[in-house]
Design a protein around this ligand. Structure first.
Ligand SMILES: Cc1cc2nc3c(=O)[nH]c(=O)nc-3n(C[C@H](O)[C@H](O)[C@H](O)COP(=O)(O)OP(=O)(O)OC[C@H]3O[C@@H](n4cnc5c(N)ncnc54)[C@H](O)[C@@H]3O)c2cc1C
Length: 394
């Protein structure tokens, strides 16, 4: 193929990073990114915690571990080269209960196995030197992690892509894909890359795939520390994740443009882009509720599901989980902030797909699970995608 046309569906950070890596490595390709919203990065990418994850949590050998460790280095280089605000401020993972201590040691070992450097355990006195208001029996310091402005990253990627001849079409939802390939009856492509985030399973179905895994939207809600109490947190304070629950637990994050966020929790969203309880989409809800995997998941975690709903509706309960990390914090110190919705792939047996999930076809590649840390790892994911498809585009 002399100049293969590559269509990338989804102008989130992963679609854009993939376009950038493709443009760089195979400059003869003609790339078009299709984004349904008026601007890029409006969904998961623009509503996340803004944390640069170094690969601490992920199973050694998994794609998440490999691509996060490599991805944070690539993202840092990208930010340095393009003057994007970021800061490597380090993170503390804090054990507040004796039962969490073995898990914290496991996390330490896992981080070392994944190749993180500078990890060390801190006593309560040492914790207070870094975070004077944090409680903790023991903490793991992760010095390589930090914070960044992912929206600025996306805007920079768009500028670079356009400057080198790629197209980024906003306000262009892809609603029809004819084999192989005509999009919306007008855009022809030789190769399709699906990075559609919260809609990736539906886009794959448009391209003729069976939806084995289903995207289940889990909203993560944030609170903000009021300005007078922002002194309670210096950097990033995380709990030790509970392995019987699928998410990391609410934590404190300093934002790159100022302010401290607390969250996110994890409640089932009634719409794939359901940022509030009142956002309800009947087709989206139907899609979730008719999926047997969701019921199996809810049966497996009944107490978590009801606790998450109660905590979402009660500022006091939300504050109580924050008090485990910073005991001084009071309900009057926080106010409601924004929310993001995680595109989490679930299997029919109720298991959450833990790793990144890529499905390859002769003329298509579908990224069917790209939850956290995919923003950090986006450039490394882009490289991985190009590695997999390059031979078919030359
Ligand atoms: C609450 C929360 C906190 C998180 N915190 C972090 C963090 O601190 N650090 C980190 O690394 N990761 C974090 N993540 C994960 C991270 O945000 C995501 O993994 C990453 O943004 C995924 O990027 P994406 O491009 O795949 O998806 P998205 O950003 O969702 O982009 C997909 C795009 O596809 C577009 N699209 C969908 N369907 C179509 C269609 N039919 N036609 C055209 N366009 C379409 C959408 O409009 C969207 O812009 C967090 C996620 C959430 C929700």
């Amino acid at each position: 193929m002399s100049s293969p046309r590559v269509a990338i569906i989804g102008g989130g950070i992963v679609g854009l990073a993939t376009a950038l890596r493709l443009q760089h490595r195979l400059p003869h390709t003609k790339i078009t990114v299709f984004e349904k919203e008026p601007a890029v990065g409006r969904h998961q990418t623009g509503n996340n915690s803004g944390v640069l994850h170094a690969g601490l949590y992920y199973k050694p050998g998994s794609a998440k571990a490999r691509l996060a460790v490599n991805g944070i280095r690539q993202m840092l280089t990208f930010c340095q080269e393009h003057s994007i605000r970021h800061e490597i401020c380090g993170k503390l993972v804090v054990a507040t209960d004796p039962a969490e201590l073995p898990r914290l040691h496991d996390l330490h070992a896992r981080g070392q196995q994944n190749g993180l450097t500078g990890l060390h355990l801190l006593t309560p006195e040492q914790i207070r030197e870094i975070e004077p208001h944090a409680a903790g029996l023991l903490a793991l310091r992760v010095p390589e992690e930090g914070i960044v402005d992912y929206q600025h990253v996306c805007d920079t990627m768009v500028a670079l892509l356009r400057a080198s001849g790629a197209q980024v079409l906003t306000n262009t939802p892809i609603t029809k894909i004819e084999p192989t390939w005509v999009l919306n009856g007008e855009h022809q492509a030789d190769f399709l890359i699906n990075c559609a985030g919260l809609h990736c399973d539906r886009v794959s179905a448009l391209a003729g795939e069976r939806r084995n895994a289903r995207i289940i939207p889990f909203r993560g809600e944030y609170y903000l520390l009021k300005p007078a109490r922002q002194n309670l947190v210096n950097h990033l304070i995380y709990p030790v994740p509970d392995p019987s629950f699928p998410f990391l637990g609410v934590h404190f994050t300093r934002l790159i443009h100022g302010g401290i966020e607390a969250g996110p929790n994890a409640v089932l969203a009634f719409a794939r882009e359901g940022y509030r309880w009142s956002d309800v989409s009947i087709p989206d809800l139907w899609d979730s509720l008719t999926f047997p995997g969701l019921w199996r998941f809810l049966v497996r975690y009944p107490s978590m599901a009801s606790y998450e709903i109660r905590r979402s509706l009660s500022l006091k309960l939300f504050c109580a989980s924050l008090q485990r990390l910073v005991p001084e914090i009071q309900p009057a110190d926080i106010s409601r902030g924004g929310a993001g919705v995680r595109a989490q792939a679930m299997l029919p047996n109720g298991d959450l797909v833990q790793d990144f999930l890529i499905v390859e076809r002769e003329k298509a590649l579908h990224l069917l699970n790209a939850p956290s840390p995919a923003a950090t790892a986006s450039l490394a994911i882009g490289d991985e995608i190009v590695d997999r498809i390059a031979a078919r585009l030359t």
